[in-house]
Design a protein around this ligand. Structure first.
Ligand code: SF4
Ligand code: SF4
Length: 210
């Protein structure tokens, strides 16, 4: 009889412990974000999909060498170098600059060694697509459209919430002021020749032979 009562006590106590946890969550603050009706809350140091300033890129490959998973692909038609006077890189056309986001782990190691500081972790948080191929972002193709960063497919279609309109405008604004330079980076651009060194002025002191 005693054993039987102990079993009943244990069963009731187990239910009490379980229900305590359930009740706690019934009255806790809701943390579910109603995405995409509402924007996700991004922390200040959030690392999302990159944004890339192609017109400053010298195609040095430092970012690709730093990438631990080899997911950056760069092709250029010839050597490029930055013009310090304008901050724009000139030389062979940028044929391809792409990232395979099915491999990228958003570590940010590619941005650190960039000598022209033209590669940045952005705040695009969503890149949903229909197939695996769409996870490879061709930044050179984006540059042809004056864009620096990819946008989720669903944001490019139909009516979108107001917060999406605001964020898209912010992404478009990243490239708008230099859209022409971005397109030029896709073509061969001769590097400006250095002006010839000026000859020293003639010595004004009179000649000893005179
Ligand atoms: S964030 Fe990391 S994994 Fe992604 S491209 Fe850069 S270095 Fe590679
Ligand atoms: S490190 Fe910077 S300049 Fe060099 S290829 Fe990468 S993005 Fe371009």
């Amino acid at each position: 009889m005693r054993r039987h009562l102990h079993s009943i006590y244990q069963a009731l106590n187990t239910i009490r412990i379980g229900m305590q946890i359930t009740l706690k969550y019934c009255f806790a603050r809701t943390v579910t974000v109603q995405y995409p009706d509402r924007p996700p809350v991004l922390q200040p140091r959030f690392r999302g999909f990159h944004w890339y300033e192609i017109e400053k890129c010298s195609a040095c490959g430092a970012c690709a060498r730093a990438c631990p998973v080899d997911c950056i692909y760069i092709e250029n038609a010839g050597p490029r170098k930055i013009d310090r006077a304008t901050g724009i890189s000139r030389g062979g056309a940028m044929v391809r600059w792409a990232i395979d986001y099915s491999k990228c782990m958003f570590c940010g190691l590619c941005c650190e060694p960039c000598p022209t500081q033209c590669l940045h972790m952005g705040n695009v948080h969503d890149l949903s697509g229909y197939d695996r191929r769409s996870s490879i972002v061709e930044f050179t193709e984006l540059a042809a459209q004056g864009l620096r960063t990819p946008q989720p497919i669903w944001m490019q279609k139909g009516a979108v919430p107001a917060w999406v309109e605001a964020r898209r405008a912010e992404w478009v604004e990243l490239g708008r002021p230099r859209a022409d330079e971005m397109r030029l980076a896709l073509t061969d651009q001769p590097f400006p020749k250095k002006p010839p060194a000026e000859s020293p002025p003639p010595d004004p002191s009179p000649s000893k032979d005179a």
